[in-house]
Design a protein around this ligand. Structure first.
Ligand code: PGA
Length: 245
């Protein structure tokens, strides 16, 4: 089943929780929902979101975690804390974390392992910059990030998200052929490394996905869902993407 995951980033005060209620209301009106729906709110809203949504069709995730279980890391949040707050997923290696916090592939891999340890499914993000794409290095960069960011043992299950950095929050989207080419290359790498598990691993597209372009993108063979930023903040926008599945 495809996954549509909303990443709220650093957006949302308590009042924003009403958007999750709105989303639930919209979802309850759809006869047969054809995807899993996940929201990754800021950590401050996670407990309230999961407690308010006990009978909800929405699952929740964190946006990042520290790789250690606990300790002297002021301001950080462990995967165990996210799980304890009701999360089932955690985004690791988002390009904004890689850029703002100098996260390397090695750190991202350790975070993915921390997610396994806590019983969460890591959503491992990769993507090339505009400069790298212009130089014709997109495939090489993304495949290298994947090689180094994914742990050797993925028995507990991972999700991969391909998010070209230049497409995030810009309204720009790669051509269908470019997304197709990248997702196929990612699939090949996953199968080579993990055989059957690689075949089954969901590969999401992320970067300016919205209701108007979702259908076309989600139709691509190895696109198994979307990681959605801006268009996930309002239930009215997000539901359009869910309906496009
Ligand atoms: P966007 O963000 O949908 O606002 O482009 C996607 C993401 O960063 O996950």
């Amino acid at each position: 089943m495809p996954l549509i995951i909303g990443n709220w980033k650093m957006n949302g005060l308590i009042a924003q929780l009403s958007e999750i209620d709105n989303l639930d209301n919209e979802l309850s009106q759809i006869h047969h929902i054809k995807c899993h729906v996940v929201i990754c709110p800021p950590a401050t809203l996670l407990v309230s979101a999961t407690q308010n949504s006990e009978n909800s069709k929405v699952a929740f995730g964190g946006q990042d975690c520290h790789f250690e279980e606990k300790g002297a890391h002021t301001g950080d949040i462990s995967a165990e804390m996210l799980a304890n707050s009701g999360a089932q997923y955690v985004i690791v290696g988002h390009s904004e974390r890689r850029a703002d916090h100098d996260e390397t592939d090695e750190i991202v891999q350790n975070k993915a392992k921390a997610a396994f340890r806590a019983g969460l499914t890591p959503i491992i993000c990769v993507g090339e910059s505009e400069k790298e794409r212009k130089k014709g290095r997109a495939l090489e960069v993304v495949l290298s990030q994947l090689e180094k960011s994914i742990p050797d043992d993925i028995k507990k299950g991972i999700i991969v998200a391909y998010e070209p950095v230049w497409a995030i929050g810009t309204g720009l989207v790669p051509s269908i052929d470019d997304i197709d080419e990248m997702h196929l290359a990612i699939r090949k790498l996953l199968i080579k490394r993990f055989a059957d598990l690689g075949e089954k691993t969901p590969i999401l597209y992320g970067g300016s996905m919205k209701a108007s372009n979702a259908e076309e993108i989600l139709k691509i063979k190895d696109v198994n869902g979307g990681l959605v930023g801006g268009a996930s903040l309002k239930a009215a926008d997000f539901i359009g993407i869910i309906k496009a599945v």
